[in-house]
Write a protein of this length. Structure first.
Length: 294
């Protein structure tokens, strides 16, 4: 397999070089990032093969990280998304050195204003509020803007009597905002509680990785908690826990499958089935149907 893969990459490189020569000095970009190495099984595949498989490793089924716009494209009906709070940006509440520069660089690089997008959409015709975290932006850490946008999403869903679906992926609270970031745990949890008290549905979809203060707050409060296969879910890291309890943890500890077995996750759903599953759950809980998407 590796030999075949090497031959494909070599052929692409040689073809690009020949095209460059034939163009008589014209600039030709040699493709970058041709290969993807799975962090779970270490197998290698072509990047375009991975993309055609919706970002799922063809060897072991690991669901790799995808950006928020791609996630939205795979989940919401085309043209149905209405974004909330699109221009909200973080300040520097504790004057952390270099924080503003880092933020500016990430906004330019990712096209995002912060680590989550929120809004309203339909999923196979069922209207809901949706939030999607994006690991490209400071590992989707939860600072003041992430917490505020998610809180407002819950409040809007409560006001409009809509279900809410949150795709979580995060390294936890954002250290550059200090205690302000930790306050978002309580704020988002309070908003989730008010949504629940109104008798409304909240679905969490945990993607790779969901850790730290996000796991310890709103991500774990869903009425139904879904996870993608083989993703990392936890609070503290393996080494920290082992050092604390002085015991060796199971190899699959903090995997979606381990957490399903121990009752923390309700179901594991593959990416290609996620849209259909979410629509079905929302429908079972009385979700309103509008003009049907594909």
């Amino acid at each position: 397999m590796l030999e075949d893969l090497f031959n494909v990459v070599t052929a692409r490189f040689n073809n690009a070089s020949e095209d460059k020569k034939s163009d008589q000095g014209k600039h030709v970009d040699i493709p970058k990032d041709l290969l993807f190495k799975c962090p779970r099984c270490s197998s290698v595949c072509m990047t375009d093969e991975l993309e055609n498989n919706l970002g799922v490793c063809p060897s072991c089924g690991y669901h790799s990280r995808i950006n928020s716009r791609r996630r939205l494209e795979l989940t919401a009906d085309k043209g149905s998304f209405i974004e909330y709070d699109a221009d909200m940006i973080s300040k520097n509440p504790i004057d952390f050195p270099g924080y503003e520069v880092k933020q500016d660089e990430l906004r330019q690089k990712t096209g995002l204003k912060d680590a989550v997008i929120t809004g309203e959409c339909t999923i196979k015709g069922r209207r809901c509020v949706i939030g999607i975290m994006d690991t490209r932006y400071m590992m989707a850490s939860m600072g003041s803007v992430v917490g505020e946008k998610l809180t407002r999403a819950f409040e809007t869903a409560t006001e409009k009597k809509l279900p809410i679906v949150l795709f979580t992926a995060s390294g936890g609270a954002r250290m550059q905002e200090g205690i302000v970031s930790l306050m978002q745990m309580a704020k988002t949890s309070g908003a989730a509680a008010r949504h629940s008290q109104a008798g409304l549905l909240y679905i969490t979809v945990m993607t790779d990785p969901t850790t730290g203060g996000v796991t310890a707050s709103f991500a774990s409060l869903g009425d139904i908690i879904i996870a993608e296969p083989k993703v990392l879910i936890g609070f503290a890291g393996r080494r920290v826990i082992e050092g604390t309890i002085k015991q060796r943890l199971p190899e699959d500890f903090q995997s979606a499958e381990f957490l399903l077995e121990h009752g923390f996750v309700d179901m594991i759903v593959e990416r290609r089935s996620m849209r259909r599953t979410l629509a079905h759950i929302i429908s079972l809980h009385g979700g309103r149907t509008e003009s049907m998407g594909g």
